[in-house]
Design a protein around this ligand. Structure first.
Ligand SMILES: C[S@@+](CC[C@H](N)C(=O)[O-])C[C@H]1O[C@@H](n2cnc3c(N)ncnc32)[C@H](O)[C@@H]1O
Length: 278
């Protein structure tokens, strides 16, 4: 039997992966092209083993036919790419620092910032450190951090990072905002409550618009997630972001992303930074 023949019954391998791709797209907006088949196979394989299933057709049946939300969450967890780092694209954090200082100087006391695809938490914790270091903790500041993946949200909420993940964090921030944990053979760092308490973590699917929040937000980080969406999903997402931002609020996207064709009402400040015009 060659790899393109039947795994079980009468559903071909190709058909199974097309249906998994279709399901992922419908439930997350993530567009997986056919070149991702081996990635899906490897990642889904792990979950299949946990469920005691031996082939993809059975797995598909379980996910689709049971319509079990929990299994869908596991599938999306397995598929999504969660690469992130502290202070990734540091120019965004430098600009955030400038904006916060300007806004406080003009009398603003309440700040709402949304990290919309927060992965394992490095982005919202970097935002929190930037806030504390630029304007301090005496303002009404809240950071909302959301992601579709419960796996990364659990890690984010725990706030424990291996030492090698913390190299981009300035030394004095490590001292101020983290507790060192000496493990048997390694060192890790746990975020202190002063950072943790600034952030509310929630599961949110960016492809399911409209979102339940009201806004207005001062700054929205929507970085390195739109690349996985098609233009239609991106458009709906950007419209929601526009609704939730305050006039003169800022949107940061990933450096490989752009709002070309989607920018109604946004002014480009520089690549990857957009202002909602008032
Ligand atoms: C590459 S990471 C980017 C993390 C961070 N924003 C950064 O730039 O470092 C992409 C994140 O988007 C999340 N994601 C993918 N599809 C999503 C969706 N439909 N709704 C919400 N989050 C999604 C993934 O779970 C993953 O954590």
């Amino acid at each position: 039997m060659n790899t393109y023949e039947l795994e079980t019954g009468d559903t071909s391998d190709k058909e199974i992966f097309d249906r998994i791709r279709e399901l992922v797209y419908k439930r997350s907006g993530i567009k997986l092209d056919t070149s991702k088949e081996s990635l899906i196979r490897a990642r889904v394989g792990k979950r299949m083993r946990a469920l005691g299933l031996s082939n993809h057709a059975e797995y598909l049946k379980q996910v689709i036919e049971s319509n079990d939300e929990n299994e869908i969450v596991h599938l999306l967890d397995a598929i999504s790419t969660n690469v992130t780092s502290f202070f990734r694209d540091s120019d965004h954090f430098n600009l955030l620092r400038i904006l916060l200082k300007e806004w406080t100087a003009s009398g603003q006391r309440r700040f709402r910032i949304w990290s919309s695809a927060c992965s394992s938490g490095e982005e919202p914790y970097s935002i929190a450190m930037t806030v504390l270091d630029s304007i301090g903790g005496n303002f009404d500041t809240k950071i909302l951090a959301t992601d579709i993946s419960t796996r990364v949200l659990d890690k984010a909420q725990m706030g424990i990072y291996e030492a090698e993940k913390t190299y981009q964090i300035p030394e004095d921030f490590i001292e101020k905002y983290f507790d060192k944990i000496n493990n048997l053979n390694s060192v890790s760092y746990k975020v202190k409550p002063v950072l943790r308490n600034m952030i509310v973590f929630k599961r949110l699917n960016l492809s399911e618009t409209p979102f339940p929040m009201q806004g207005p937000m001062d700054v929205i980080f929507c970085r390195n997630v739109m690349i996985y969406f098609d233009q239609n999903t991106r458009r709906r997402l950007i419209n929601e972001i526009f609704r939730l931002l305050k006039p003169n609020g800022y949107l940061f996207v990933g450096h490989a992303e752009s709002l070309i064709g989607l920018t109604n009402g946004f002014r480009t400040i520089k690549p990857s930074v957009y202002l909602k015009e008032s």
